[in-house]
Design a protein. Structure first.
Lengths: 156, 439
């Protein structure tokens, strides 16, 4: 309990610090929205076509959506949510990352085959194997009581 | 054919729907009064599905669920200030034949008021929202604040109630709070320290600290890493680190992960099934792998994947290998495929998977369709599952836009033959409507 108290006090100071330092602009503001295809005259396909891989405002090279981006964007999202938000509404993330969506993303976005979503097809059978090989990947999304309701009919 | 009934949403749909619609009306009417050049963005996806199942009361019963996914955003896209964001879904079981536990279901995924300041990327969000940062991957009903803290630091704090615990003994005594502080030098590194504490019904339900790191090293080598520490179990749960660099046009991504099961899965108040049993063991999983991404010409991208799993207690290992190829035309039409082999430690954990897909975004002149896509997934299992040693899934979809692209109609059909279904045929119709309106 005492630890929680110290944490609460620490967070209060952090909050006050946030308010006090909010005036200290770091001069690296990114736009809230990336220019659209209409503004640019072309569909933006790859960050580094226009930006330096290690630009002054951002290491753009780390955000290139290459063929393995679907499986490997966790780090960028956890550190740079604001960059994701320049092009994606949160609902885009919530198609996969949410505590309560009845339709899995590969079903809701059935026609978007190019996204190569991991739970495509008969994942009900395949998850028996993937879950034994590496249960940590299941836990990230199904590790809370609400999301684990999809596991409950079989796993109790 | 047999499948367990889906556990439909147990929320009180009418109560929440009223709250949901009330919020939409309140902000749709009220917010523009205080926000000049605001825009209203509205997206509706209405989905009709059709398939056959065996609920408790009958066999081969037709199931017709209808879904509505609704998204509303009110904001001034190019300027700081107030904004409102809302996204939710509802479902009605039209056939009402006991396949779903509840005839109706739904969820407010998020609904929050946002203020963005002119200075230091100050941002405040109030309401139901997702928090993705550091050790947080949580839906909360609460407040989140973030800001730059001078040139080299940034920070964020959040507090509220965790949505994930809302259906366990009510919401009394449920709380979540956390923070992340980051030190960064743009283009050099970004180092974050984060903390998260969850209480369920007044009891501890998770306390985690973490470190996240991006470092842009000499020679074009990027290092990304992430570690979490379970403060309840007093141990490191996860270490995940990877390098990314190019050799010519080839991108190489070697990575390393280590999971201590007791600390990764352990939650003092009880870990949900089926993960609870994993806490009791003392297993340690180490994963080593590499991805190679090789562009070939202007149109082809080839990917090779290799992954090695090592289990300390089991004293065994598994491997996964895959090759993937994708061809993309200038018009963004795509054809691709993947073949993957899971070589598990037992016959029960071995399979070979083949996937082929197409997506034609630009149809030939004169074709009445707007796009066409197809997908095939075939999996061969080393050991039979319910008497079947393979599964086949085929999906075809097409659609067209109308009303100056504001309305898109998509239709798809699936066929599956697998260990759980002798034959399963499913249909889906999606009506997507979008409009933007200056307020």
């Amino acid at each position: 309990m005492r630890i929680n108290l110290w944490i609460a006090i620490g967070m209060s100071f952090l909050l006050l610090g946030l308010a006090a330092c909010a005036a200290l602009n770091n001069g690296l503001d990114l736009p809230a929205r990336h220019p659209s295809a209409a503004d640019l005259g072309e569909v933006p396909k790859k960050c580094t076509n226009c930006h330096e891989a290690r630009g002054e405002k951002l290491a753009f090279g780390a955000f290139v959506h290459n063929a393995t981006w679907m499986q490997n964007h966790r780090q960028q999202a956890y550190q740079n949510e604001q960059v994701c938000a320049m092009c994606h509404q949160t609902s885009f993330c919530n198609d996969c990352h949410a505590t309560g969506t009845e339709l899995k993303s590969s079903l809701k976005n059935q026609s978007e085959t190019y996204r190569q979503m991991p739970h495509r097809g008969d994942y009900l059978s395949r998850h028996r194997i993937d879950g034994r090989i590496d249960p940590t990947s299941c836990f990230r999304c199904h590790g809370n009581p609400k999301a684990a309701k999809t596991c409950a009919p079989c796993h109790g | 054919m047999s499948i367990l009934p889906c556990s439909g949403g147990s929320m009180r749909m009418t109560d929440r729907l009223g709250w949901f619609l009330g919020l939409v009306c309140f902000f749709a009417v009220g917010l523009p009064l205080s926000a000049s050049a605001a825009e209203l963005s509205f997206q509706s996806d209405t989905i009709f599905r059709s398939f056959s199942r065996d609920p408790a009361t009958e066999s081969d019963a037709a199931v017709f669920p209808a879904y509505e996914y609704l998204q509303v955003d009110i904001e001034t896209p190019e300027e700081p200030g107030l904004a409102f964001h809302l996204y939710g879904w509802g479902r009605a079981d039209v056939a009402d034949n006991d396949y779903f536990t509840e005839t109706t279901g739904g969820e407010l995924v998020y609904g929050y008021l946002e203020f963005s300041g002119e200075q230091a990327r100050f941002n405040a969000r109030l309401g139901r929202q997702y928090v993705f940062e550091g050790v947080a991957n949580e839906s909360i009903d609460g407040l989140r604040l973030s800001s730059d803290l001078g040139k080299y630091f940034s920070g964020s704090v959040y507090a509220g109630q965790p949505v994930a615990l809302s259906e366990e003994n009510g919401r009394g005594g449920d709380s979540i709070y956390g923070a992340r502080v980051a030190n960064h030098l743009v283009g050099k590194y970004d180092l974050g320290i984060s903390y998260k504490k969850i209480n369920s019904d007044g009891e501890d339900a998770g306390e985690t600290a973490g470190i996240d790191l991006s470092a842009y090293l000499p020679g074009g080598v990027n290092l990304f890493g992430y570690s979490t520490y379970n403060l309840e179990y007093d141990g490191w749960g996860e270490h995940s680190y990877e390098l990314r660099f190019n050799l010519g046009s080839t991108t190489i991504r070697p990575y390393f992960q280590k999971f201590q099961y007791a600390d990764y899965f352990g939650i003092a108040g009880g870990t949900v099934n089926p993960f609870g049993l994993l806490v009791a063991g003392d297993e340690e999983l180490t994963v080593l792998g590499t991805d190679l991404t090789v562009p070939v010409g202007d149109s082809w991208v080839l990917v090779g994947k290799a992954k090695h799993y090592d289990y300390q207690q089991l004293d065994d290992s598994s491997q996964y290998f895959a090759m993937q190829g994708t061809w993309t035309s200038e018009e963004n039409n795509q054809i691709g495929g993947e073949i993957g082999v899971m070589n598990g430690d037992t016959a029960q954990t071995k399979y070979t998977m083949v996937r082929l897909f197409t997506y034609q975004d630009h149809m030939p002149d004169g074709c009445p369709l707007g796009f066409f896509s197809s997908d095939l997934v075939y999996v061969s299992y080393d050991q039979e599952i319910y008497g079947e040693d393979s599964s086949l899934f085929i999906s075809l979809a097409s659609g067209k836009k109308f009303m100056e692209d504001a309305l898109e109609v998509k239709i798809s059909g699936d066929y599956s033959k697998d260990p759980y279904f002798d034959e399963d045929v499913r249909g889906m119709l999606i009506l997507s409507y979008h409009f933007d309106h200056a307020l």
